[in-house]
Design a protein. Structure first.
Ligand code: ADP
Ligand code: YYY
Length: 226
């Protein structure tokens, strides 16, 4: 097969490592497209709940994933991309910790991942793509010229999530968030299909103690875009 000439930067890593933030800033700076693959798993879980499909019903989940009616709409700089599911704005609803946990549960099902595979690859359009998730560099875009694995200590990731949720007006407890982060890390890393791990050719960046700007600079340098 001929090599795909459209460049991709993959940014994989655990929850709260800063993938989404860095991906958005980088995509804007480069003028490239963006793929938030986690949103597809969050939407699959949300649509399943709404349609009364149990997470044990794998055939049902595949049906939901394959027929997702979703649009990602651009927003002004600094605001999250607007996510529209079957005509309804679900941007906020899919960002809760519960939605993330449900996403991680449907994401263990290999056939669900298979049903979302081509939809993700279709985001690879000129002039380039920045893609964030768990398996962007290992499974979805194994030929990506630049692969980043972003990480940070579980404590710092829980702290970041705490600040983010507090600012959004949610009543959260740091200990519960740390437990949730650890449980999700464990599920994402230990599943058989496309587990969370750095690709062999990924550059690992530990963002513990680094500001968002410092991380962005490291990612730009690693991708030859600095
Ligand atoms: N290096 C960093 N230092 C401090 N806060 C950060 C850093 N990177 C991200 N954040 C903040 O942490 C929260 C989670 O970041 P996010 O990009 O959503 O992570 P992920 O997509 O990996 O789950 C956000 O509120 C974000 O602003
Ligand atoms: N490429 C991906 C992206 C997300 N997932 C699953 C596993 C994750 O825990 C959930 C939610 O991912 P998401 O990136 O939206 O969550 P965080 O922002 O990292 O908290 O979806 C996946 O299995 N593969």
């Amino acid at each position: 097969m001929a090599a795909n000439p459209v460049p991709v930067i993959t940014i994989d890593g655990p929850s709260g490592s800063g993938k989404g933030t860095v991906t958005q800033m980088l995509a804007r700076r480069l003028g490239w497209h963006l793929l938030d693959s986690g949103a597809l798993y969050r939407l699959t879980a949300l649509a399943a709940v709404r349609q009364g499909v149990s997470f044990d019903d794998h055939a049902g989940l595949v049906q939901v994933a394959a027929s997702l009616d979703v649009r990602f709409e651009p927003t002004p700089a600094g605001e999250p991309v607007r996510v529209v599911l079957s005509g309804e704005d679900v941007t906020r609803e899919i960002r809760t910790e519960a939605a993330g946990d449900n996403a991680s549960k449907v994401a263990v099902v290999p056939a669900v991942r298979e049903a979302l595979l081509q939809r993700q690859r279709d985001f690879r359009q000129a002039p380039g793509l920045v893609a964030d998730g768990r398996d962007m560099g290992t499974v979805i875009f194994p030929d990506a010229p630049t692969k980043i694995f972003l990480t940070a200590s579980a404590e710092e990731r829980a702290e970041r999530r705490y600040r983010q949720l507090k600012e959004a007006g949610h009543d959260v407890k740091i200990d519960a968030l740390l437990d949730e982060i650890r449980a999700r890390d464990d599920r994402d890393m230990n599943r058989s299909a496309a587990p969370l791990k750095p690709a062999d050719d990924a550059q690992v960046i530990d963002s513990t103690g680094l500001s968002i700007e410092e991380v962005l600079e490291k990612v730009m340098a690693a991708s030859g875009q600095a």
